[in-house]
Design a protein around this ligand. Sequence first.
Ligand SMILES: *Cc1c(COP(=O)(O)O)cnc(C)c1O
Length: 386
Amino acid sequence: MLFSRKLHGQLAGLETPFYYYNLSLLQETLDSAKKAADKRGFHVHYALKANFNDRLLKSIQASGFGADCVSGNEVQKAIDMGFDAGKITFAGVGKSDKEIILALNHHIFAFNVESIQEMEVINELAGQLGVKANVSLRINPNVDAHTHHYITTGLDENKFGVPTSELERAASVIRNAAHVELIGLHFHVGSQITDMNVFKSLCVKVNEWKSWFEERGTVIKVLNVGGGLGVDYHHPDEQPIPDFDTYFDIFDKFLERGPHQEVHFELGRALVAQCGSLVSKVLYTKSGVKKHFLVLDAGMTELMRPALYQAYHKMERVGETEEPIVNYDVVGPICESSDCFGKEVPLPESKRGDLIAIRTAGAYGEVMASRYNLREEIRYVYSDTI
Ligand SMILES: *Cc1c(COP(=O)(O)O)cnc(C)c1O
């Protein structure tokens, strides 16, 4: 159990709410992913958008990962944190001219280009700067990630990537773009994917489109299959480190690649989700006719996933308890009905002042914090500094 009596003692005096980051679990996760990737010659870029907390980034950078960015500021942050520009990818449907110029000036590994028009803009800006831009074409492969509709990205109806019906035209634009070098193909079909068959289907599509380009005489050096590997939100302590071997094995087995073809991944959630918890204090308890409520001092401003996509997070009382179990609706202080972490959540009977840990909050947690209701800046502590 992560939240032992000892840890309870250490956390009890701190001002809540705050993110608690277990840096040794993070390091174990990074080592496990790196080892599994290296064994197969795979390259992994960490998706900064999942969490750009400095200490986490430092560990990730020091462990040898590249960076996957979705804004100019993320590219700059990755550079500032010591990531090698030659290992930075830059995706996103709406890259501004300023962001593109920043990335061109840093000579990043590749732009993951999401539309034909963007390709033309990159070509023009690269020409003005007198540089050549490496690009991977993001193909929307029409693969259903079987995940929440807000985090599926690879269907024809999604805004991401170039639809396959446009590839003929994209290929011809690339051929005529003097300042752009097509180095690869990019795919990213969604997030929190736990069904490995989705990745199998992705491999089939990648093979298909890779051949399509090769038949037209285009050399494809990089196959970037994106990220999306899910974690176990229900059992954060049973398998805190995702099964990277099984995941990478799928690609090893089903991706057809030539001797000089590199396989790249962009993992976010799987690397950082389990190392973070949001620790919060019970402000009030109240009971209605049918319901028991726990009102926490953390809300959707600290962790938005439940309000944004009805995401489940396991909750537990910090420290050991023997109180009987009560089913609570656990809510935050924000003036929105969606500010609810869970309904009918079984927890030990709690009172004002008790600490509740919201688990598996290391990914898409702190980064989405907002000042709505003029809330305080988000706080965080690391396991090695308390
Ligand atoms: C968000 C994102 C990722 C990371 O997704 P995870 O589900 O956190 O692994 C990778 N690539 C792109 C292009 C993304 O937008």
